[in-house]
Structures are given as structure tokens and as C-alpha cells.
Write a protein that binds this ligand. Structure first.
Ligand SMILES: [Zn+2]
Length: 706
């Protein structure tokens, strides 16, 4: 067999992060037996341990274990048929055909190797937006221009806009419960190229259906040309809507302006309704925003503050400069500093206008509060600019004093830590800041470019988990701009996986990987899961959506690392990022990239784990001694999921041997194989996958003797 299967050493590539051990961070808990097993397997399987040696894991070094034979790849003792060829595997476990993607390959906008095609194109938008927050009426009033560039080869008669605010209209279709339905977004002006448009279904004009605005242009938008539109609107800010809203004197303004829907080369316009559960698909563009709030309030936003001298007090600016210089977390605004003429400048008519600019982002979200404290520090992002010296980004945390009980004193430090970890294992964080804001509890943890809103109850331990998850989203989907609504696993699964990477670096005893796996296996065992390749709003319930979008895809990436090796997995993810940053990858682009980087035909893996709900259930059916130091081990694949079999035999004296049965043995439809395995002469037991790298649904049959 030519597939190189590395038996995993650690569950999630943790040793990549070993140097973080030297940074001063909160307490580490003692090493667990689990980690000692990892070390044992590492010493056992030399080929899998090169750069990811468990001995480089932070913390106390596990006791050395006598080395045993290197990993071997099994040849089935008596295969019923000759081993499968690649063509056979392709037939048995082919990916379902996807006509729209295949057509894009023919047109040259996509490829079968996972790179954007030579004819790849993407739309682009420039937003100039003004908004005023009225804290008495709890309304946002907005006005702005939107310049839309048609880089597609097609002439567009109609544009579509996301009017997310209509989720709160009384008659809106929803699959999420709201605290209140208050009316949606009201448009008071829509102008195209200087001509005011009416709300009409006849000729040029606009109509709104649910959360989608249809705008029929006065004249068609030709390829390579642009159109300027102007909007005025207002909306009632929801008290605690999904992913933002108002909580006392704190406002998180998300989805607050008309945003152009995505028109892409594979699916055309993506105008699925926003129903509250499944998330977003957003195009890239530049934003200039002017946000007017009461004086004395602090504003946090996507983008870089353009007028600090106009809105910040002298002391605030001095402390920010101190934070920017590096070092410990600086309290930029403390409890005694808040208010106009202190933390902020004095305004005009009691108001101040904060201006931000953000380039090449999918969205702008902002938060404002009279109660916020402001902490700031820096985080190393590695060599972002390629000049041989580590670069830094600013880290901001905005929170109300009573949120200290939820661990918020640590929030800036946690954000810095997560940014640095992900910059190292993925690629340098590219944005000027990462901001964590305390918001309405419905935020839970919600991601926006350069920002996350975190609400609800946390503690100094779990606040790290949620920050790590949301900050992983700064890579997926903020940079790698997938369609979250249709393929939620492409961003949530990645964030869930990298959350574990960060937690393991920070709290090595936490076993976040195990939690993900148990959540998935618990559903899979009872046939309660739904496939990952399903639109996010078409799951039977939220639990099924959660399993398929978070726990299963994270677990599947851990398993993929077990098949291709963790370093190849990371290399593939970095290459996927290099190809698709600030672009719109489809599932096939991810899979094709991983196929190419690993040099393997992994279609069987994608089909099994992404399209199907096949269970993995590998069982040891019998073990017979065939010589003083070999055993014939019979394995049955009782589930439909084909996977390699990771066997570890142990002797009474502690010696171990291991063997990997390649996945190909299952491709012919065979359900049972017998392999000859070298075992210690004082053999006592053999286990399948003792580290649980693969999500087997029945552990009770993975051990012999039972
Ligand atoms: Zn998420």
C-alpha cells in the first residue's frame, strides 16, 4: 500500500505549541495519564514523532518508555480479493457529483487541485456609512453610499441586499426565538446613480421580502463596471437579539446596514433568508464608517479609529500609546476615568462621532457603552510583513465592571494568547487589532471582523475557551470567506478544532478534543446525527445542527490528522488559507487542497465523514498465536465508515508493538480482515486505537481479550 498512515502521537498537534511553555500565563494543571500514553506511543512510533514529539510538550516530561519496533503497515493475511485499486475506491466512495462546481471548473474559475482557477473572480464593495445611536429611543438611524463593482463576466440587472434587521419584523420567518419582535429595518431612501427608486415591483425599484432586498437597477450593470447606491434607513435596536443588541447601557450593533449579498462564480446570488440560526455569507470590501454616540461613551469597532484626537481624552491616548509600546496589559479606561472630558473628549450637543476605516473585510460591527472599561495590550503575530522581525497587533477588551465576576480581567491576556497561538500554527493575524467586547447574553460568543462579542456567564477558565473559539473565527471565516449558511462546518468546525489547539496549549489537562468526540459519538451511536453537508437552516433541530457544524467536523479533523499526520494536516490548512484568504472557497476547494497537499486520494474520507452519517465501529474478533512472537488478529468493520485500523499490542513487562492496517482493505466491501502482527513475547493484550484518535462508536469491542 502506498498510503502513508502515521499513527497519531498527540490528539491535536499540541507539541507545535511547545515554546508557549515559557510565557507567563495562568496555572497549568498536572499532566494526565492520557498524556503519558501519548508519550509512550510517540516513543513507539518513531516515524510519527519527528517534529511533533510528545517530549517537547510543555510541562513535566513523562517517564521514558523502552522503545519498541517502529510502526508497520499490515498486509492482510488472506485477503478475500486482491487489494483495491484507486479506481475501485473512487467508485465505492466517490464524492457526489456537484454540477455547479464542475461547471466552474470548466469555466476556469475553480480547479480540481483546490486552487482558485485562472478565471476566478470576486465582487467588491465600498461602503461609506454614517449611523447615530439614540439611547433614549433605542434606535439606530443610518445613511450611506455603497459602490458595487461587478468583476463578474455577467451583466446584472438586479442586485440583492441583506436586510438582516427584518429578522425582528413581526411577521418574519424565524427558526430562533427572540425576546421581542419590534419591527425590522425601514428604508427611507434608496437611490441608484443619483435617481431615487421607489418601493415597487414594476421596473426599476426595490422590494423587500423577509431579510432580502431586491433592487432592480435603472440600467444593467455591465461586467467591469460599478454602480453607486445610496440608502437611508432606521431600525429599533433589539433588546437582546441573536448575536448583538442592547443590554442596559451597552449596545452591540451587528447587521445594522444594508449589505450586498454575495454573488459568486459557483452558486450565483446567495440570497437564502436569515432565519436566526444559520449564519452568514459575506463579500469583501472597504468600509468608512462614522458612528455618532453620546459623549462619554466608548466605541469599539471593526477597523482603525481615524480620529482619536477628536474623540479620546489626552490621558486615554497616552495610555493607548503605552499599551502599543508593548508589555503588560494597560488599563486605558478605568472606573474613575469614564465620562466626557475624561475618557472621551467633550462632544457637540452631547454627541461625539467616531470614525473607523477597515479594508478588505466582510463586515463592520461596533459596540458602544457608557459603562465600558477598556484594557489594551499587544500580541505577537509572527512575521506578518515578511521583514524578518515579529509584528504585533493591538488587543482591546471592553467590559463592564460587574463582568469581572465572569473572568473579564483576564480577557485581554486571553485574546493576546489566542492570537499568538493561531498566528503561529496557521499564519500571522493580519488585522490592526483584535477586540473583545462584553455584550448582551445572546452574543454567547459571536465573531465579526477583528471583533467578538461575548455575553452570558463564564469564569476565568471558560472565558478562555470561548475567546479562543471566536478568535479562531478571525481565520475562518473572516479571512477564509466560506459560506457559513450553507456549509457551517467550514467555519464552525475549524473554530471548534482550533479552540482545542489553544485550550490544550493553555490548559493541557482540559481534553477539549475528547469533549468534542464524546458529543459527536454520543449522537452517532444512536443514529441521532445529520450529515455535515446540509444547509444550516435545514437541520431537524439545533442539536443536530450543533453536532454537524461543531463537534463532528472538529472530531473529523482530528481523525484526518491521524490518517495523514498532524504536520500534513497543518500544512494543508495553511495552504488552504494561502489560496483562499479574502476569497470564497467551496467545500471541494478545501478537500482538493488537502488531497493535493497530502498527495493522497482522500475522497473516501470526505464522502464518509462529510456527506454520510456512517458509523465507525472497528472490533477485534479474535486473536490467535501463529508463532512465539506473532499473532493473527481478526478485525471486523461493523460500521459503514472505512478507516485505517490502529493496533497496539502490549506485553506483561510493558513492551509494546504497533501496526496500522491501511484503509484500503475495506474498499472492496470486505467487512473482516485478519492481519499478522508482531507482538511482545509476553503478550497480554491488543487494542484498537487506544488514544481514540478516531471516533469509534463502540469502545467495548476494541480490546482483546475482552
Ligand atoms: Zn463559532
Amino acid at each position: 500500500m502506498d498510503r502513508s498512515i502515521a499513527y497519531p502521537v498527540t490528539p491535536q498537534g499540541v507539541p507545535l505549541l511547545s515554546s508557549f511553555a515559557h510565557e507567563p500565563m495562568p496555572k497549568r494543571r498536572p499532566k494526565t495519564p492520557h498524556r503519558a500514553v501519548a508519550a509512550l506511543l510517540c516513543s513507539l512510533i518513531a516515524s510519527a514523532c519527528s517534529t511533533q514529539s510528545a517530549s517537547s510538550v510543555a510541562g513535566p516530561t513523562p517517564k521514558p518508555v523502552p522503545a519498541a519496533a517502529p510502526v508497520k503497515t499490515a498486509t492482510p493475511a488472506k485477503p478475500a480479493r486482491p487489494p483495491a485499486t484507486r479506481a475501485e475506491s473512487t467508485r465505492a466512495f466517490a464524492l457526489p457529483a456537484w454540477g455547479a462546481f464542475d461547471s466552474a471548473v470548466v469555466r476556469g474559475t475553480r480547479t480540481l487541485t483546490g486552487e482558485p482557477g485562472p478565471a476566478y473572480w470576486q465582487q467588491r464593495t465600498e461602503y461609506h456609512l454614517e449611523a447615530e445611536l439614540n439611547q433614549v429611543s433605542k434606535r439606530l438611524t443610518g445613511h450611506g453610499t455603497v459602490v458595487y463593482h461587478n468583476n463578474s463576466p455577467n451583466t446584472l440587472d438586479t442586485l440583492y441586499f441583506q436586510a438582516y434587521g427584518n429578522l425582528f419584523a413581526p411577521d418574519a420567518k424565524r427558526n430562533t426565538q427572540l425576546l421581542a419582535s419590534l419591527g425590522g429595518i425601514n428604508f427611507t431612501k434608496v437611490v441608484a446613480e443619483g435617481s431615487a427608486l421607489d418601493s415597487t415591483a414594476l421596473g426599476a425599484g426595490w422590494t423587500v421580502s423577509g431579510t432580502i432586498m431586491t433592487l432592480r437597477l435603472p440600467k444593467p450593470l455591465l461586467p467591469g463596471t460599478s454602480v453607486e447606491l445610496e440608502f437611508a434607513w432606521h431600525l429599533r435596536i433589539p433588546p437582546d437579539g441573536p448575536r448583538g443588541g442592547q443590554d442596559r447601557e451597552t449596545y452591540v450593533l451587528s447587521y445594522w446596514y444594508p449589505q450586498v449579498a454575495v454573488y459568486d462564480d459557483v452558486n450565483g446570488w446567495q440570497i437564502d433568508q436569515y432565519l436566526g440560526n444559520a449564519e452568514f455569507y459575506m463579500g469583501y470590501g472597504d468600509y468608512d464608517v462614522a458612528l455618532t454616540v453620546p459623549e462619554g461613551w466608548l466605541v469599539a469597532s471593526t477597523g482603525t479609529l481615524q480620529n482619536p484626537d477628536e474623540v479620546l481624552g489626552n490621558e486615554t491616548r497616552a495610555r493607548l500609546a503605552k499599551a502599543r509600546a508593548g508589555g503588560a496589559v494597560v488599563s486605558v479606561v478605568g472606573e474613575g476615568d469614564r465620562g466626557a472630558g475624561k475618557a472621551t473628549a467633550k462632544g457637540t450637543n452631547g454627541k461625539l462621532t467616531w470614525r473607523f476605516r477597515a479594508e478588505n473585510v466582510r463586515d463592520v460591527t461596533w459596540a458602544a457603552s457608557s459603562l465600558y472599561l477598556w484594557d489594551a495590550t499587544t500580541a505577537s503575530v509572527g512575521d506578518l510583513r515578511g521583514h524578518g522581525v515579529p509584528d504585533t497587533t493591538m488587543i482591546y477588551s471592553f467590559y463592564r465592571p460587574d463582568q469581572r465576576r465572569n473572568g473579564w480581567s483576564e480577557s485581554a491576556l486571553y485574546a493576546a494568547r489566542a492570537i499568538t497561538i493561531f498566528s503561529r500554527v496557521l499564519w500571522p493575524y493580519p488585522y490592526p487589532h483584535m477586540t473583545v467586547v462584553d455584550g448582551p447574553s445572546s452574543c454567547g460568543g459571536m465573531e465579526y471582523p477583528m471583533m467578538t462579542c461575548i455575553g452570558g456567564d463564564w469564569n476565568a477558565r471558560t472565558l478562555f475557551d470561548v475567546e479562543a473559539h471566536e478568535i479562531a473565527h478571525m481565520w475562518f471565516p473572516m479571512q477564509v470567506g466560506s459560506d457559513e449558511k450553507r456549509y457551517a462546518w467550514m467555519d464552525e468546525g475549524m473554530a471548534q478544532y482550533f479552540q482545542s489547539v489553544a485550550i490544550d496549549a493553555q490548559f493541557p489537562d482540559a481534553d477539549d478534543v475528547g469533549e468534542n468526540r464524546r458529543n459527536y459519538v454520543g449522537a452517532a451511536r444512536y443514529g441521532k446525527e445529520t450529515e455535515m453537508m446540509r444547509y444550516g437552516d435545514k437541520y431537524p433541530d439545533y442539536n443536530a445542527y450543533g453536532i454537524a457544524s461543531y463537534f463532528k467536523p472538529a472530531t473529523v479533523l482530528v481523525a484526518l490528522g491521524g490518517v495523514i499526520g498532524d504536520s500534513t494536516l497543518m500544512q494543508g490548512l495553511r495552504e488552504y488559507g494561502r489560496r483562499w484568504t479574502n476569497r470564497h472557497p467551496m467545500p471541494n476547494d478545501f478537500w482538493n487542497t488537502m488531497n493535493q497537499v497530502s498527495g493522497l486520494d482522500l475522497d473516501w474520507f470526505w464522502r464518509t465523514w462529510y456527506y454520510e452519517t456512517w458509523k465507525l465501529d472497528q472490533s477485534i474478533d479474535g486473536v490467535v498465536r501463529t508463532s512465539p512472537d506473532t499473532m493473527a488478529v481478526t478485525i471486523e468493520s461493523k460500521g459503514r465508515a472505512p478507516m485505517p485500523v490502529l493496533l497496539v499490542a502490549r506485553g506483561a513487562g510493558g513492551a509494546t508493538t504497533s501496526l496500522v492496517v491501511p484503509v484500503d482493505v475495506w474498499f472492496t466491501g470486505e467487512k473482516k480482515v485478519t492481519v499478522q502482527m508482531a507482538v511482545p513475547s509476553d503478550f497480554t493484550r491488543v487494542d484498537i486505537d487506544p488514544l481514540q484518535r478516531f471516533p469509534d462508536t463502540d469502545q467495548s469491542n476494541q480490546t482483546w481479550p475482552r
